[in-house]
Design a protein around this ligand. Structure first.
Ligand SMILES: [Zn+2]
Length: 249
């Protein structure tokens, strides 16, 4: 038996049995974990208003064995992120962010950089931001903190430095390939201008607080979006929903 105590972000919750919910968290100390909220769907539940997505909580999870589904024994809101749910476009961007973290992290694999990037990015979301771009920047930045960091300094296949040749991005290899390697049957490749590669590098490298200053328009925006989405799909085995509304059922 063990008690897991940690701060966590609520990624998702779904109905379980007649009266319960199962909540998926990304936690600071333990990475992605799940817990049952007993009686959460009863009218006078002690969980009322606490299990909403994007909320940051202090959580205590009781587990019988390390592999068993835990039971939430204590949960207190640190930040409700209520403002996110008041604007559908903001909520869509936030939903993409929590899905990104959910899809690219393994259970019980903590990553403090991913955790704080998620918490701070959710706090920074607002209706005045360029929301699709904000979600894209978050996606590149978070990938950079995982084993899925895109390789954009040199050819991923042969190591050749990036010269004057056109650049190609291979979603399967997760990086840039030279024209020669791109012809060698490595699957789909996406044309990436120098400006797009530079943008991806900045999004990965700059501190989170500087990301809102980055701008991408026209060709760069289209190319980077396509490269990152395709790569993410190759890594996660599924794409992100274009437009996702949190079902509060
Ligand atoms: Zn090459």
């Amino acid at each position: 038996m063990s008690l897991l105590k940690t701060q966590a972000v609520i990624l998702r919750s779904h109905r379980w049995g007649d009266a319960d919910r199962i909540v998926t968290f990304f936690s600071l100390q333990f990475g992605k974990i799940r817990g049952v909220a007993r009686g959460a769907r009863r009218l006078k539940s002690r969980y009322s208003g606490v299990l909403e997505p994007f909320g940051v909580v202090e959580l205590t999870l009781f587990q019988k064995t390390p592999d068993s589904l835990g039971t939430i024994s204590q949960i207190d809101l640190v930040s409700s992120c209520k403002a996110i749910r008041e604007d559908l476009r903001v909520m869509t961007a936030a939903a993409r962010m929590v899905r990104i973290v959910e899809f690219i992290t393994a259970d019980r694999d903590p990553n403090h950089q991913v955790y704080w990037t998620l918490v701070q990015s959710l706090e920074m979301l607002g209706p005045d931001a360029d929301l699709p771009l904000t979600a894209l920047l978050f996606q590149i930045h978070v990938l950079g903190h995982t084993g899925f960091k895109p390789q954009i300094e040199q050819c991923t296949e042969c190591g050749k430095p990036i010269g004057e040749d056109p650049l190609w991005f291979s979603p399967r290899l997760g990086g840039i390939v030279c024209t020669g390697c791109g012809r060698n049957g490595i699957g789909r490749i996406i044309l990436l201008s120098k400006g797009s590669a530079a943008f991806m590098e900045q999004a990965r490298r700059l501190p989170l607080s500087c990301l809102p200053r980055l701008r991408a328009a026209g060709r760069v925006r289209i190319e980077v979006t396509e490269a990152v989405e395709s790569y993410f799909e190759a890594v996660a085995g599924k794409g992100l929903p274009e437009f996702e509304i949190w079902a509060s059922s």
